[in-house]
Design a protein around this ligand. Structure first.
Ligand SMILES: O=P(O)(O)OC[C@H]1O[C@H](O[C@H]2O[C@H](CO)[C@@H](O)[C@H](O)[C@H]2O)[C@H](O)[C@@H](O)[C@@H]1O
Length: 379
């Protein structure tokens, strides 16, 4: 284990202790020794539970062929267009028994509302495959006007965050709603709403957090190398998501997947501080630090002042493997719930399911309608 990638440090430690994070140019200093002079209004006070430092993860060396095959299988399995026999999904069982364990969040809407009683609902949503349908060209993954309206309405009543693998600029361009919290690059680029005052909160202090800032030059370097190495593979696409990269396989002939994955891994062998994770017909290159969508969810909850699990009911909706980190956090905290967006049985820590983005929209609309009708009139 190496500590070279530590970007957050804290002279004082202690669970649940209130600290002040000084935000300067999106760098967070948590030790008074390192802090630049305070400027008014540039602090957020959060009750912290975070590690003193964000540790790196050992990524190991050249993977065996079995690992490449596992990635390829995983990418194939998470494809919505790939028809698979239920028996090929380990431990998932068939669809109906899977649905017993992960019932529709629409069918169980009343049950969900009862569970949230007396608590502040906080909405977390993934972008691709959750708010926008999966399409071949990542630059054309637009969300519909109706979906934008549903998310806007949700944000009027509940703190609402988008947690995505996309870089901040891209997701903001797609969503175009200033009243949301955003966690781009798989939670490695967090910012609060541009809108000054929201209904559910009197003050919205400026918020920003970039725990992998020091990886920027490395990510840029690897982007250029991967771009060069993969350009001869028809259909391959490397997307720069600022703190992460996505190598897209969706338009590559499946027969070439293993070779492409091998090529990517060979490049990564020279960068042990980066790791590879499979997604929906994509291999994600990420800094090997202990920070993910689950940590981003915890950070946002605590920044919003919801330290106590009894006061808050976080709802996280997502469709991808990277969303599992957030589902696990909710499961372990024993508060709120995870909703997986999937038409097929999947191994998941989510407790409910929705089939596709149109159902996500419906769920959001129903939630807003319920809030409007509730006795406290949307508070
Ligand atoms: O965390 P997310 O918001 O789900 O982002 C994960 C990746 O999503 C995008 O890729 C996926 O959607 C594309 C557009 O529909 C699709 O072409 C691709 O096959 C999917 O993997 C995005 O392009 C990636 O950068 C994100 O990391």
């Amino acid at each position: 284990m190496t500590n070279q990638n530590v970007v957050v440090s804290d002279a004082a430690s202690g669970i649940g202790m209130a600290i002040k994070l000084a935000i300067t140019n999106s760098v967070i200093y948590t030790s008074s020794a390192q802090k630049p002079p305070p400027s008014p209004g540039s602090y957020i006070t959060i009750s912290r539970k975070f590690p003193k430092k964000i540790e790196t993860i050992e990524t190991g060396q050249i993977p065996a062929a079995s690992k490449i095959n596992a990635w390829v299988d995983s990418m194939r399995a998470s494809s919505p267009t790939h028809v698979r026999p239920a028996a090929s999904i380990p431990d998932a069982g068939d669809y109906s028994s899977w649905m017993l364990n992960h019932p529709s969040a629409i069918d169980k809407f009343d049950q969900i509302i009862r569970a949230s009683e007396g608590k502040q609902i906080v909405m977390f949503m993934d972008y691709d495959g959750t708010l926008s349908p999966i399409v071949e060209d990542p630059d054309k993954a637009f969300m519909s006007k109706e979906m934008r309206g549903a998310v806007r309405d949700a944000a009027r009543h509940f703190p609402t965050a988008i947690v995505t693998g996309r870089c901040m600029d891209k997701v903001c361009n797609f969503v175009r709603l200033g009243e949301l919290y955003y966690a781009g690059s798989h939670g490695m680029d967090i910012k609060g709403p541009a809108t000054k005052t929201l209904k559910y909160k009197k003050n919205n202090p400026p918020m920003a957090f970039q725990p992998a800032k020091e990886f920027l030059p490395m990510i840029d370097e690897v982007y250029k190398i991967l771009f060069e190495k993969t350009k001869s593979t028809e259909g391959a696409l490397v997307e720069n998501n600022k703190f992460c990269l996505s190598v897209h396989f969706r338009c590559v002939d499946e027969k070439s997947w293993a070779a492409l994955a091998e090529q990517v891994k060979l490049v990564l062998n020279d960068y042990p501080k980066l790791e590879l994770t499979p997604g929906r017909k994509v291999l994600e290159v990420r800094p090997a630090i202990k920070w993910d969508k689950g940590k981003a969810l915890e950070f946002l909850l605590e920044s919003l002042g919801y330290v106590n699990s009894d006061d808050v009911f976080p709802v996280y909706i997502g469709d991808d493997r990277t969303d599992e980190d957030a589902f696990k956090v909710l499961r372990n905290r024993g508060c709120g719930l995870g909703i997986i967006v999937s038409k097929v049985p999947k191994e998941t820590s989510a407790s409910y399911s929705l089939q596709e983005p149109s159902e996500v929209m419906w769920f959001l609309q129903r939630l807003v309608e319920w809030k409007r009708m509730s006795p406290r009139g949307g508070h």
